[in-house]
Design a protein around this ligand. Structure first.
Ligand code: SF4
Length: 69
C-alpha cells in the first residue's frame, strides 16, 4: 500500500477565460473543450513535472487552475 496521492489539476470552468496560456505552456496536460474553456487531462497531470504544473497554476491570469497533491 502506498501513501502517495496522485496530483489532480482542477480548472474552474466558470473562471477560465480561455486565454490559452496553460494550453500553450503544457499542451500535454491542458487543452480546450468545444466551448473554448481549458480542461486538464488527469492521467497526463499525474505524470507531468509537478513544479511545471504549479508554475502554470500560478501564472493563470484568472486563477482558474488549482493543483492538488
Ligand atoms: S491560463 Fe487560465 S484562463 Fe487561460 S486558458 Fe488556462 S485556465 Fe483558462
Amino acid at each position: 500500500m502506498t501513501d502517495r496521492t496522485a496530483t489532480v489539476v482542477k480548472v474552474d470552468q466558470y473562471t477560465c477565460e480561455g486565454t490559452g496560456f496553460c494550453v500553450r505552456s503544457m499542451a500535454s496536460v491542458f487543452s480546450f473543450d468545444d466551448d473554448g474553456v481549458a480542461v486538464a487531462d488527469q492521467e497526463a497531470a499525474a505524470l507531468a513535472d509537478h513544479d511545471e504544473l504549479v508554475e502554470v497554476e500560478s501564472m493563470c491570469p484568472t486563477t482558474a487552475i488549482e493543483v492538488v497533491g
